[in-house]
Structures are given as structure tokens and as C-alpha cells.
Design a protein around this ligand. Structure first.
Ligand code: UT7
Length: 335
């Protein structure tokens, strides 16, 4: 539990997306699909795609991070820890240190955290623990993904779903704890439902020694299985988190869900009995940006003045792993 005086406040948000848009109609030039199918089955109208040599994972993540720091009124040198949730780093050794350098966050330790579409939520909870333990006072949590690199552009079942982007929040030590509850889960027995897997390519080095020199295969998903998992597990974990936090669902101002499919957002809201107009959604513009969806839609709603300081937010991330989690928090600095 929280030590006296070492609570967590979520004090700023930011986001960044590539400048290039890919519409449903443009996609229908690549695969047999239609704007009508994609919109009615997913709610997606377009997505952004990072341009080679122009927009990298680290550059998008750093831009989102800088905008969150600006919103919180902080210099980069005030940051103690940078957590970069991503499954698509520029460098498999991690991209968080590249982001640290780009921001000039010279006092911060930085590392990547991989949990696919649950990554941002898991990173936010992880960052909060460093604050609650008293180890750090300021944590920058970034969710960023460039899944266009790992999309099979000839597979209509997956290529219409994903987009690229980044979002971030600043967590700061606070007298009043605004992170009211969280839950996290994994079920590796369902791992095969959603993968971006390494495929071996054995190469013989010496007579009796080989090494694997393969590469990653594009995203593969059993969409129906993951859909069923999401509409069951997400309401369940949100209910549990709200119950443990002693919060009535009627008091939730905003449902902040991983943006995978509008039908999932609607089903979760209906299951919880939360009005659909309290569900944040920007799928129509960005599609599924994996670990970036939650901070991206959060930041848009904050900048639009929809989310106000003190608003109660119930968030849930879910995806590959399979993994899922929820967090309930109050937005902003509340006096
Ligand atoms: O971020 C990680 C979490 N991810 C998710 O939560 C995704 C969860 N899954 C989903 O959102 C949905 O399952 C999808 C959007 C991926 C697919 O929607 P669906 O309603 O489950 O469609 P389906 O896979 O059952 O396919 C229905 C039909 C099939 O045709 P037949 O076999 O009925 O003739 C597909 O071949 O739609 C066809 N289809 C398409 N048609 C046009 C599949 N993709 C497309 C497409 N355009 N892009």
C-alpha cells in the first residue's frame, strides 16, 4: 500500500503521430477489402504510418514524451525514470536510452518494457511502484509502436487494423494518491493467438555447431479468439479493480480502453452499464497503435478539454501475451 506522502499523481500527457495517413480506400488498393467492411467491423477509418528514414520509433516516442513534460511544466532533467512500452523498438537492445538522449533527460535511467497492447498500462503501474517506494519522484511513461514495420500488407485480416503512434504521461510523487487501484494478468497458454514471433533460420558455423539467424515474422492473429477474450476479460478486470478500490461504476467519468475495435469498446461499456458517450475513442483516426492507444486517446481528450482535473478514469489494456490489466485513477493535479 501507499506510504504516507508518497502517492502518485498523473500530471501531464502528450502524443505524437506520423504525418502520413493511410485511408481504408487506399488499403483496398492493396488487399481485397472495403471502407464499409473496415468501418462496420472495427470503427477504423484511417491510420498513420511512419515514413522510412523520417519517423523512427524513438523520434515518435521522444516527441510524445517532450509534449507530456511540457504539459506537466517540467524540464527533462527533472525526470528520474523513463519507461518505454514498445514491441517495435528501433534497436532490440532497447530504444528507451535513445529517447533519453533525445530528450536530454540526463538524470533519468531508461529502459524498455514489452507487453504488447497492455504495455502502456503495465508500464504506468510499474512506474507508480517506483514512486510509491520512495525511490523516484518523477517518471515519464511512454507507449509507442510502429507496427507498420511488422504488418503483412498482403493479409487483409490484420493489415487493416494497425497504425503507428506514440503517447506519454508524467507521473509525479504527490501527497494525495491518485492511482486508486490496478490489476494485471497474463495467460501464456493463449500466446499463439497473437504473435510477432521470431522464426529460426539455422546456419551452420562449424561441423557440429549451428546458430539461429532468422528474423521476426509479421503479426499473426486469431481475431475471433482475441475478440472473445477481450469482451470477457476486460469488463471482468475493470469490475474487480473498481470493487477493490471501493468505487461505484456510476462514478466513473471516462472509460479509457485499448483501442482495438469499436465493437469491443461498445461491448465492454454495455457489459459494465457505462454510457457509450463516456467511452473515449479515436479508432476512426488512428486504428490500433498497440501500446500507444491509451495515452494517445487520453492526450487528445485532455487537450480537447473533455477530461478535466479530478475526473475519474477507468482504464484497461489488453492484447498479446495474452495479457490484460486495468487501472483506476484521477486525472491531473487535484488540490
Ligand atoms: O490489439 C490487440 C487486441 N486485438 C483485438 O482485440 C482484435 C480482436 N478481434 C477483432 O477485432 C475482430 O475479430 C477482427 C476485426 C480482427 C475481425 O472481425 P470479425 O468480425 O471477427 O471478422 P472475421 O474474422 O469473423 O471475418 C468475417 C469475414 C470472413 O469472411 P468469410 O469467411 O465469412 O467469408 C473474413 O475472411 O470477413 C472476412 N474479412 C474481411 N473482409 C473484408 C476479414 N478481414 C477482412 C477485410 N476486408 N479486411
Amino acid at each position: 500500500m501507499t506510504r504516507p506522502g508518497v502517492g502518485v499523481a498523473i500530471t501531464g500527457s502528450g502524443s505524437a503521430v506520423p504525418s502520413t495517413t493511410l485511408s481504408n480506400d487506399q488499403l483496398s488498393q492493396l488487399v481485397e477489402t472495403s471502407d464499409e467492411w473496415i468501418r462496420s467491423r472495427t470503427g477504423i477509418g484511417q491510420r498513420r504510418v511512419a515514413q522510412p528514414s523520417v519517423e523512427s520509433l524513438a523520434s515518435l516516442a521522444a516527441a510524445a514524451g517532450q509534449s507530456a513534460l511540457d504539459a506537466a511544466g517540467l524540464e527533462a532533467t527533472a525526470v528520474d525514470l523513463i519507461l518505454l512500452a514498445t514491441s517495435t523498438p528501433d534497436d532490440l537492445f532497447g530504444s528507451a536510452c535513445q529517447v533519453q538522449a533525445a530528450l536530454g533527460a540526463s538524470q533519468a535511467v531508461a529502459f524498455d518494457l514489452t507487453a504488447a497492447c497492455s504495455g502502456f498500462l503495465f508500464a504506468m503501474v510499474t512506474g507508480a511502484q517506483f514512486i510509491r517506494s520512495g525511490a523516484y519522484r518523477t517518471v515519464l511513461v511512454i507507449g509507442a509502436d510502429v507496427l507498420s514495420r511488422w504488418t503483412d500488407w498482403s493479409d487483409r485480416r490484420t493489415c487493416v487494423l494497425f497504425g503507428d503512434g506514440a503517447g506519454a504521461v508524467v507521473l509525479q510523487a504527490s501527497e494525495v494518491d491518485q492511482l486508486l487501484g490496478f490489476e494485471m494478468r497474463s495467460d501464456g497458454s493463449l500466446n499463439g493467438c497473437l504473435t510477432l514471433a521470431y522464426q529460426e533460420q539455422p546456419q551452420s558455423l562449424l561441423e557440429d555447431i549451428s546458430v539461429s539467424q532468422g528474423t521476426y515474422q509479421p503479426v499473426a492473429m486469431n481475431g475471433q479468439e482475441v475478440y472473445r477474450f477481450a469482451v470477457k476479460r476486460v469488463p471482468e478486470i475493470l469490475e474487480k479493480t473498481l470493487f477493490h478500490a471501493g468505487i461505484d461504476r456510476d462514478h466513473v467519468d471516462w472509460l479509457l480502453l485499448h483501442q482495438a475495435n469499436q465493437r469491443i469498446l461498445d461491448a465492454v461499456a454495455d457489459r459494465l452499464g457505462i454510457d457509450r458517450d463516456r467511452v473515449l475513442s479515436n479508432l476512426v483516426n488512428y486504428g490500433n497503435t498497440s501500446s500507444a492507444t491509451i495515452p494517445l486517446v487520453l492526450d487528445e481528450a485532455v487537450k480537447a478539454g473533455k477530461i478535466q482535473p479530478g475526473d475519474l478514469i477507468a482504464a484497461s489494456g489488453f492484447g498479446a501475451g495474452l495479457s490484460w490489466g486495468a487501472a483506476v485513477f484521477r486525472w491531473g493535479v487535484v488540490s
